[in-house]
Design a binder for this molecule. Sequence first.
Ligand SMILES: *Cc1c(COP(=O)(O)O)cnc(C)c1O
Length: 465
Amino acid sequence: MRYVSTRGSAPVLDFEGATLAGLAADGGLYVPAAWPAMTRDGIAALAGLDYVETAVRVMAPFVAGSLTEDELRELCTAAYGRFAHKAVTPLVQLESDQWLLELFHGPTLAFKDVALQLVGLLFERFLTGATEPLTVIGATSGDTGSAAIDALAGRAGVDIFMLHPHGRVSDVQRRQMTTVLAPNVHNIAIEGDFDTAQALVKAMFRDPAFSARFKLSAVNSINWARLMAQVVYYFYAAVRLGAPERAVAFSVPTGNFGDVFAGYVAAKMGLPIERLVVATNVNDILHRALSSGDYSSGTVTPTATPSMDIQVSSNFERLLHDLSDRDGAAIAEQMAGFESTRAMRLTNAQSEGASALFRSIAVDEDGMAAAMARAHDGAGQVLDPHTAIGYAAAVALKGEAPTVTLATAHPAKFVDAVERAVGVRPALPPRVGDLFEREERYDVLPATFEAVTAYIAERAKPRVP
Ligand SMILES: *Cc1c(COP(=O)(O)O)cnc(C)c1O
């Protein structure tokens, strides 16, 4: 499979190249040159397969040329072997036509493990024998950081620098990052919000001197391999609920538009998806973009769902690109406009294309708490706040098909918000039990390019020693 940049002028890469590059050199994001098709029979044949086998069938076309099917199977077996549930991503019923897909059974209790456990192994595989050390730089609103650090800690040939917004991630989220003391793990608390941290990361990738000195890579959801791994569970869940005979809807608590874009990819491959519900919190840039074509970014309002507290959704560019006949030059122009004014309008083609599959809604704190109570009282299920936003949206925007809400985090990750809403304090699962006894290590830095690059330059290994 060949990968092209959404902005059309970066080199075309194979899967290995796109995985290691993260962001494309022209500032765009890598996407497959064409969507592989899964036939109705191919989808029907997924019935009864376990998660690993499903993953191999769904991902094989995307990795073709870089990994054999057996190599892919070996990596998936290792990655998903670390999950605490046999089904990896089990379905749980909430109401007659409302389901939860629990994506939080990995090592750091959020759905990002599903992708990053695999990506960590892909990095190791592709870097074996490489001469240049890799410097992974990322920004996290909480969950990406811990999942990426868990996946890369102690791996040879890689240093990881993770920027999180100081004081704006939960205690569990912070400790899951800062208690990993492997020497290749570097935690930076930025005095600013997530978007500021993300902008710093983007600026480093774009700085010619910095990226000449270090071989940079990204594990944010801009990394194609992450999205690819997330496509799998849409197939896995839909087949269990009757696909391809019956269409299924998904409701996805959304921040960077990565997880829900994976659903779009599944639909493009042929999975019958009735609708994709984009559920945001009050930081509603995506809801505004999808409902009125207004993609304009304001200031972030901190909420009980920090992993969705963002005003720029990096992966949205991938959708805009696909809905614009994959015209890289047009996207480069549209995104340059956005980057200078922090606002843009979707074209008619983009708005109409999106409305064929997506619905959207912004859910406030009351709506979130009401959804938590509904799941707790109605089905005895304790939801994390992010999942509750998805469930509220699933109920509000219900169509004909059964709806699967993606349960993106374990409720124990956000224990205070859960207690406020439903009066119970979910316990941390045994696999992370002693988190609050472990030593922490991180540095607080001002949100400036100079401060962060100086910090990284002191600690990272340059391309040429
Ligand atoms: C990252 C995250 C999200 C948002 O996912 P995106 O891919 O950024 O849209 C939602 N919920 C939780 C718990 C997360 O960690």
